[in-house]
Design a binder for this molecule. Structure first.
Ligand code: SAM
Ligand code: SF4
Length: 350
């Protein structure tokens, strides 16, 4: 065991600190941090949450100052891209103040990109300020363009408001990507329309397979749609050409000849993309998950609060990166219809 660890350390480039990316035992450079700034949300999407969610106690949350300090240490250790997610990142109180603070790393050139994944509901009032604070790209989640279906899938959401959010983001000059979870019997037949709408407005779109994370009020197998099937049915209507385009995430892209737009496929279930994983995920309580689909996690809150210096924290991050697993093993079928991990996607942020 000790020998294995020593070999891992020898293979990995840890520690970062000189701005060179941290490297895990499988040789993957860790340059991307996703931060779930809150597990709370103004929607209750049926595949993501149950209607009566129990959220993390507020007393367990890191303050925004603590989150800033944590992110800053990651940036010093070579993280180049930061994505804020949640829950709904834009409903966390004073989030704009936090974003303004983080944007100093964009200005200094230490951080290449600050992005967000959002349900769009707060964008009508926040898009301009986000753009002014260095957010150049934004992912907006949208699973249907039908107002009634939208209300059904989000339980609490309002389609017009999200569409106004999409508009506001585009007007503010941000590059918008639309994310849709592909759900059999819900939006599978509508995906071509959503794609044509997105491409018509010059936005990329990504479709995502539903993942077995957290207890929800329904059976996930009912709506699970392997994207290989979606791609096959899209190919009957459109010419999909594989392209090497990458945004740093796990999506594999095609160009759609008829629309001239890009469509990405995120396939955690049918095609494991772990070999190129460059990311770790931080929750709003300071827990670091080295893999979305595994339970192992490292507590960074304790070393963060134990000292005003960052040495303990930096060591805890190094130790965690050495434990990054090779990959996840999600399965959804009738025999395996329990969540692969008990926490909801809203805790680690997708
Ligand atoms: N609230 C924001 C939003 O909806 O964009 C950010 C957090 S949300 C958890 C991030 C992404 O994860 C969304 O695109 C959402 O559709 C997706 N998602 C949530 N639960 C999922 C699940 N079980 N499987 C696959 N994707 C999921
Ligand atoms: Fe909220 Fe996003 Fe989950 Fe929907 S997918 S409930 S918007 S966190």
């Amino acid at each position: 065991m000790q020998g294995e660890l020593t070999k891992s350390i020898a293979r990995s480039g840890l520690p970062g600190g000189d701005g060179a990316p941290m490297t895990d035992p499988f040789g993957r450079a860790i340059s991307y941090l996703r931060v779930s700034v809150t597990d709370r949300c103004d929607f209750r999407c049926t595949y993501c949450m149950s209607e009566n969610m129990t959220f993390l106690p507020r007393k367990d949350l890191l303050t925004l100052e603590e989150l800033d300090r944590l992110c800053t240490v990651f940036i010093e250790k070579g993280v180049k891209r930061l994505r804020l997610t949640g829950g709904e990142p834009l409903v966390r109180k004073n989030i704009m103040h936090f974003i303004k603070g983080i944007s100093r790393h964009i200005e200094s050139g230490n951080l290449d990109e600050l992005t967000l994944t959002t349900n769009g509901s707060q964008l009508p009032k926040m898009a301009e300020e986000l753009a002014a604070n260095g957010v150049r790209r934004i992912n907006i989640s949208l699973d249907t363009l039908d107002a009634d279906k939208f209300r059904k899938i989000t339980r609490w959401g309002n389609l017009d408001r999200v569409l106004a959010g999409v508009d506001a983001a585009r007007k503010a000059g941000m590059k918008v990507k639309i994310n849709s979870v592909a759900l059999k019997g819900f939006n599978d037949v509508e995906i071509p329309d959503i794609m044509q709408w997105a491409h018509g407005l010059g936005m990329d779109m990504t479709v995502i397979e539903t993942m077995p994370m957290g207890e929800i009020d329904e059976d996930r197998t009912d709506h699970y749609l392997p994207l290989s099937q979606l791609r096959a049915s899209l190919s009957e209507q459109f010419s999909l050409v594989d392209i090497p385009y990458k945004t740093g995430g796990p999506a594999r892209y095609v160009e759609v000849a008829e629309t001239g737009g890009r469509l990405g496929f995120i396939t955690p279930m049918t095609h494991n993309f772990c070999e190129s994983c460059n990311r770790v995920r931080l929750t709003c309580t300071g827990t670091l998950y080295m893999c979305l689909g595994q339970n192992d996690a490292a507590d960074l809150r304790e070393p963060l609060r134990a000292s005003d210096e960052n040495a303990l924290l930096s060591q805890a991050i190094d130790n965690a990166i050495l434990r990054k697993p090779k990959g996840h093993d999600f399965i959804i079928d009738r025999e395996n219809n329990r969540p692969a991990v008990a926490r909801h996607m809203s805790v680690t942020g997708g």
